[in-house]
Design a protein around this ligand. Structure first.
Ligand SMILES: C[S@@+](CC[C@H](N)C(=O)[O-])C[C@H]1O[C@@H](n2cnc3c(N)ncnc32)[C@H](O)[C@@H]1O
Length: 467
């Protein structure tokens, strides 16, 4: 882990996917911090660009990021770049020849790729661009199928598909080092998942959450609103032991109505353990329990390295907690129906989040992270609404838009202070710690926004699409 830049530290070009744009920087920062490295962007860093230059890292650092990232596509050792091809040539001629030499050997094979962002080039234009690189001392034979070394010319034509320039804004040339883990998005798609529910978390976002939480091998990770366990799948993929709770008996036991089209009831082995088994991760399964997240069932202590969760927002599932017979405001659901909660009462969104933060402050190890989704009504959203806790530091806050008027925000917090008795008092008396109150009516706002604009039918369609 090189903390100071030596000759082994070079400049790397990270090529990022253009979806989930807001989630990329916290992901890369989290993965760098697992290596003890800060994020050192170049002076002209643009967060929304598909290309980032990273300085003062070793090849091991960038390789390690690529074993986990689902936001970055590939990384290259940057040999040169510029605003024009002639600037690129000048920059490449300045790159130390002794650093190129190991990859330009008579007995090695190579290939040159041309990648263009926001423009498609014809085959002959690509060949022309490759030929124009002949000033570099390439040696050895070209091998397109299985080369020893892959080089890449990358051209950036900007991000506006309606205004594509003739010439690129920026060009880069480098040696390909590694690809990221974008394949996981398809291989772990919930469409092919053994056990799913209406709110199963998308595979890409689940891996992003595990990365924001810096989940690593041998950690113990907890999801208090576990549902069908999508977040446990992602966290165990990185070698963490996983456990969870859900208030719904049917979900935990994998029984009741199926969420799949053309299937009425869940099959005999549709449960969270089987989901982990599907990906060869069963050894990381601790257990899941029927429990209400508003009532703690754990012994005192710093039990979890990370808490990664997607609490209910009341759109596709109700927000409930257990209550005594006296407190019941709604009769219990049909036991063999879609869900089963023994004796339930309303669980206000603001309470869900303040309970979650209090739980994290108590049960996380120091330096452990809480990663969760917070639903927001966009017209009223202000950053001050994000729930706080004296023991938890806000690390990142990324928006995923759900509709013109609603979104959810992925919140990452880190435990940076030991819990003291005085913190509970502060939570009671300091209004900074319960700023989310206004969002209790999220469900009503979610539907009112849709119906106000387009009538009730669209609200129903939107619900269906969400499911
Ligand atoms: C958004 S879903 C989680 C989906 C999950 N991430 C998945 O991929 O399947 C929220 C879950 O919280 C559960 N839930 C609701 N109220 C709860 C409570 N008070 N305690 C524990 N779980 C609760 C619901 O039954 C639901 O399964």
């Amino acid at each position: 882990m090189a903390l100071h830049c030596t000759r082994a530290c070079k400049r790397y070009l990270l090529h990022l996917a253009q979806d989930n744009v807001e989630f990329r920087l916290p992901e890369i920062k989290a993965l760098l911090s697992l290596r003890g490295q800060p994020f050192r962007p170049s002076e002209d860093f643009k967060e929304k660009s598909p290309f980032w230059l990273l300085d003062s890292l070793s090849e091991d650092d960038v390789r390690s990021i690529m074993t986990r990232t689902v936001c970055a596509k590939s990384v290259f050792e940057l040999w040169g770049h510029g605003r024009t091809h002639s600037e690129l040539q000048t920059s490449l001629l300045r790159y130390p020849p002794e650093d190129m030499a190991p990859f330009f050997q008579q007995d090695s094979t190579y290939k040159i790729n041309v990648y263009t962002f926001n423009k498609t080039l014809e085959f002959k234009d690509r060949i022309e661009k490759i030929d124009a690189l002949e000033f570099l001392p390439f040696q050895g034979k070209v091998n397109l199928k299985n080369p020893d070394h892959v080089f890449c010319l990358l051209e950036d034509y900007g991000t506006d598909p309606n205004n594509i320039p003739d010439e690129p804004f920026h060009v880069y040339f480098g040696r390909w080092i590694a690809d990221g883990q974008r394949d996981l998005i398809r291989s772990h798609s919930v469409k092919k998942r053994h056990f799913i529910g209406n709110t199963s978390m998308d595979a890409g976002l689940s891996f992003i959450m595990a990365n924001h939480a810096r989940v690593k091998a041998h950690d113990l990770v907890f999801d208090p609103f576990v549902g069908t366990g999508s977040l446990l799948v992602a966290c165990s993929h990185f070698g963490a032991y996983v456990c969870g709770t859900d208030i719904d008996y049917n979900t935990i036991h994998g029984i009741g109505k199926s969420s799949r089209k053309n299937q009425k009831w869940r099959g005999p082995d549709e449960n969270i353990r089987a989901n982990l088994r599907q990906y060869g991760l069963e050894q990381f399964y601790m257990d899941v329990l029927v429990a209400d997240a508003s009532k703690t069932i754990w012994r005192e202590g710093q039990l979890f390295d990370a808490i990664v969760t997607d609490p209910p927002y009341g759109i596709r599932e109700s927000t409930r907690r257990t209550g005594s017979q006296k407190e019941i405001i709604k009769p219990p659901d049909d036991f063999y129906g879609e869900s089963h909660v023994p004796v339930s009462m309303a669980y206000h969104l603001s309470d869900i989040f303040s309970d979650l933060l209090r739980f994290a402050a108590r049960y996380l190890v120091m330096g452990g992270r809480l990663v969760y989704w917070l639903p927001v009504y966009r017209p009223e959203y202000r950053e001050e609404m994000i729930p706080l806790h004296p023991c938890l530091t806000l690390i990142s806050n990324c928006e995923q838009t759900l509709s013109s008027h609603t979104s959810r925000r992925l919140i990452t917090m880190e435990k940076t202070k030991e819990l003291e008795d005085s913190d509970d008092l502060a939570l009671l008396h300091d209004s900074r710690y319960s700023p989310y109150q206004g969002h209790n009516a999220f469900r009503e706002k979610y539907f009112s926004g849709i119906t106000k604009r387009n009538g009730r039918d669209e609200a129903k369609t939107q619900m269906k699409e969400d499911n």
